[in-house]
Write a protein that binds this ligand. Structure first.
Ligand SMILES: CC(C)(COP(=O)(O)OP(=O)(O)OC[C@H]1O[C@@H](n2cnc3c(N)ncnc32)[C@H](O)[C@@H]1OP(=O)(O)O)[C@@H](O)C(=O)NCCC(=O)NCCS
Length: 409
């Protein structure tokens, strides 16, 4: 017999051990071990126990060798190498090689000549559509029918072209209808310089450094929504263009990749108010969140935030002073409100400042993020091809019980 038990909290799972150990429950932010025992509910999930995790939080769905966010120590390693060691020593395109090929001497290639069809100036939409279109134009093969080498080649061509598409879309958004000639773009030494040349026809070294650092810091971060999307699509055997295009779609939402767009207006609001401490108090009292603070994974300072702050200072950002002042005040207020958890600055806060140094308009932030993530997505698509299995989670049916057609007609 099954006895239903209602637990007012999140069931975190059952610790390993004896056949039926007491369950773990999250209640008011604390993990509690219950003094009673439960039976798993029977659900329509192929006979599996009910392990419902809204948003799949904490569910381990893949094993990866690509990146390791160290949540307690606050560091991020790509294939075992701390990103602190990469910034300033290797340009983004080599970091792409490290993530995709596990080889720092390998590089993302230069984009080949290609004419996008009907760019609109809305960079995420242009990028998603054009990346899918490339599968057709280039006749890309299905991941389950091509070799790993072929998939790697497709991903290199696509990644390079995706950056070019964003640059061309940004140029259209600036109101320019002409295209920067390829021989001008070829004068750039790095992917960041070539990106700027294709967009603006010139590459200020400060801007290139800001973009390069931002791209390296945000190139890969585990199984976030867009990377998961790329792996899901790749797991079906779809081609690399379809997998990357789907990832861009996932990234275009404001909850993933869009926060830098909110940080700059927030700083402008703080500057106009003239009193950061008062602004923080009022914002928290109104139940609002301070953009760029807190993280699902890190329980220490986000290492990317640290690096980006340093870069913003080195590049003489006009906003970094105010950003630091707000950071200090906000950290103190958040610590007072939530002494039980670390709510430090996340990657989005100083990303916004670094992108501002390069004069990137806030609306372009998600597409800039997509440019950096082509490395992580490509690495995960290859890993999925090599080791993965078709994703097929279950849903718990909570709709109406069996009923007659007459009862609804
Ligand atoms: C990133 C984020 C979604 C992570 O959330 P999380 O770790 O799951 O934390 P929760 O949403 O469960 O929040 C836990 C508590 O901390 C508070 N909190 C978390 N981030 C906060 C922030 N930036 N400002 C104010 N309060 C914050 C919440 O209000 C909540 O308090 P409550 O229990 O009194 O309601 C969250 O910190 C956030 O919304 N940050 C602002 C948006 C942002 O910067 N996004 C970019 C992420 S890279």
């Amino acid at each position: 017999m099954f006895v239903p038990i209602i637990v007012v909290g999140d069931l975190l799972g059952e610790p390993p051990g004896s056949p039926r150990p007491p369950p773990l429950v999250r209640w008011r932010g604390q993990e509690l071990r219950c003094s009673f025992r439960t039976s798993p509910l029977r659900v329509d999930s192929g006979g599996m126990a009910d392990d419902f995790k809204p948003g799949l939080e904490g569910v381990v769905a893949v094993e990866t060798e690509i990146a390791e966010p160290d949540r307690e120590g606050g560091s991020l390693r790509y294939r075992g190498i701390d990103i602190e060691e990469l910034v300033g020593n290797y340009p983004y395109e080599n970091v792409w090689g490290l993530l995709v090929d596990d080889d720092l001497d390998s590089k993302m290639p230069d984009p080949e000549p290609y004419e996008p069809a009907g760019l609109t100036g809305n960079a995420p939409a242009d990028l998603q559509a054009e990346t899918a279109r490339l599968s057709g134009v280039w006749g890309l093969g299905k991941l389950n029918e091509i070799s790993a080498d072929q998939a790697r080649e497709d991903l290199g061509r696509l990644s390079a072209q995706m950056m070019s598409i964003v640059a061309r879309s940004a140029r259209i958004a600036d109101g320019k209808t002409d295209v920067v000639p390829d021989d001008i773009v070829a004068q750039g030494q790095t992917a960041a310089e070539k990106f700027l040349l294709r967009w603006r026809g010139q590459a200020d070294p400060r801007h290139a450094k800001a973009i390069d650092t931002y791209w390296i810091c945000t190139a890969e971060h585990g199984l976030n929504a867009s990377t998961f999307t790329a792996r899901i699509v790749a797991s079906t055997g779809a081609d690399c263009g379809a997998s990357l295009s789907a990832a861009v779609g996932a990234l275009s939402g404001p909850l993933h990749g869009g926060a830098p767009a909110y940080v700059k207006p927030m700083l402008e609001e703080v500057a106009a108010a003239g009193d950061p401490e008062r602004w923080v108090k009022d914002t928290l009292a109104a139940g609002k969140r301070i953009m760029g603070f807190g993280h699902r994974i890190y329980r220490a300072e986000d290492p990317r935030s640290r690096l980006l702050k340093r870069t913003a200072k080195e590049l003489g950002s006009a906003q970094v002073e105010l950003a630091e002042e707000l950071e200090q005040v906000a950290l103190a207020a958040l610590q007072e409100r939530h002494p039980e958890r670390v709510l430090a600055t996340n990657v989005e806060y100083y990303s916004a400042i670094v992108l501002d140094v390069a004069e990137i308009p806030p609306r372009l932030a998600p597409a800039m993020f997509a440019c950096s993530r082509v490395a992580g997505w490509s690495a995960h698509i290859l890993e999925q091809k090599r080791t993965g299995r078709l994703f097929r989670p279950s849903a718990r049916y909570v709709g109406p019980a069996s009923r007659s057609l007459q009862s609804v007609s």
